[in-house]
Design a protein around this ligand. Structure first.
Ligand code: EPU
Length: 337
């Protein structure tokens, strides 16, 4: 085991926040998980770090940070229509998307360029451009710290919701996700319904639709709107898009006739949090090294030396102003450590 003590987590979180971890241990082999369970000399407080692309570090991290470095992609089985692909949770999500495209496996092309590792896909039920990971996740396997064994969860058992799953609730801190099995399609079922994709495909002059063309369009849209964490620290969408009742929505429409919305059910609609935040005047806001991205108000950024506490405080001010103006409570999407 390569246990390191008092290590800065700055290189390991896309916000680029500089706080130390008491202990850091890379996990590059699933056999290590049983050893860690048995080793009483290691701190019992454990945190699992994937790509560090959805966390805000607000203070030094006590206990043991396990850095997921599990790698491997293999085909489990296939039939005429589908292929079941088992992917180790430490694989980089976007590399897996590219691998799927090269192999003509369809279903995750709309999720190109989402930062992070494969293990975060079920945790967060990552989603973009009209597609969510749950649509292709067949099962999730992980080491259960209390049961001290590997357990497999069917897609139904994962209880996926919008940016949500059992791994954020009952199984929080209880499971180290080791692999995810995806059921991908041999025949693509193109999803270009998300407005910007069609426009982008036209702009690119695409004549014949393909999963590669869709991924290229998504990559182009994402790169134009979302800051690259290598240049400006960020963790993607900081808040979830809130769901409100139709009555509440209609009331808001009287003052804001152009308020955007997506239907959720007969009684509820989803409002883009980025719009709400922009209306409150935050878009492009900067205070010292903390700010709100100039092209997408849902993304909070670290221009260099921001602390997690500063970003947390700014997110609180944003929450309060959206509540005051619209009566809508935003919920943070990032995990706060
Ligand atoms: N909008 C504004 N101002 C802004 C940003 C957005 O008015 O500054 C409004 C516009 O009306 C725009 C609408 O919000 O048409 C939607 O914006 P966008 O397409 O950028 O998507 P989003 O709802 O802000 C969600 C996901 C993203 C995902 C995109 C594309 C959440 C929390 N975020 O953002 O996911 O990439 O859709 O599908 O659901 C992430 O989770 O980290 C993430 C980046």
């Amino acid at each position: 085991m390569q246990l390191q003590k008092n290590i800065s987590l700055k290189p390991y979180n896309t916000f680029g926040i500089d706080v130390p971890a008491e202990y850091l241990l890379p996990v590059d082999d699933t056999d290590l998980l049983a050893q860690i369970s048995e080793d009483a000399s290691l701190p019992q407080r454990r945190h699992v770090l994937g790509g560090g692309s959805n966390i805000l570090l607000t203070k030094p991290v006590e206990g043991l940070v396990l850095q997921n470095r599990l790698k491997g992609i293999s085909v489990d089985r296939e039939d005429k229509e589908h292929v079941w692909v088992k992917v180790s949770s430490g694989e980089i999500w976007h590399s897996f998307v590219l691998h799927a495209i090269e192999n003509h496996w369809a279903g995750i092309e709309n999720l190109a360029l989402i930062p992070g590792t494969v293990g975060a896909a079920p945790m967060q039920n990552i989603g973009a451009y009209g597609v969510e990971a749950r649509e292709t996740i067949d099962s999730v396997a992980g080491w259960h710290w209390e049961e001290k064994e590997f357990v497999t969860y069917s897609s139904a058992a994962c209880r996926f919701g919008y940016r949500d799953s059992i791994f954020k609730h009952e199984l929080r801190d209880k499971l180290f996700i080791s692999s995810v099995t995806f059921r991908l399609n041999k025949k693509p079922n193109y999803n270009t319904s998300y407005g910007a994709i069609e426009q982008e495909l036209q702009k690119m002059g695409v004549q014949e639709l393909s999963i590669k063309a869709i991924a290229d369009a998504v990559i182009s849209i994402r790169s134009s709107k979302l800051p690259d964490p290598k240049q400006i620290g960020n963790a993607g969408s900081f808040f979830k898009n809130p769901t409100i009742t139709i009555e509440h929505f209609e009331l808001l429409q009287t003052n804001y006739p152009h308020i955007p919305s997506y239907p959720v059910s007969e009684t509820m609609v989803k409002i883009p949090a980025g719009w709400l935040i922009e209306q409150c005047g935050w878009k492009g806001y900067r205070r010292d090294d903390t700010g709100v991205h100039e092209k997408q108000a849902l993304v909070l950024v670290n221009y260099g030396k921001a602390t997690g506490a500063e970003i947390w405080n700014l997110s609180g001010e944003i929450l309060r102003s959206v509540m005051e103006r619209f009566g809508i409570e935003l919920e943070r999407e990032v995990q706060v450590w």
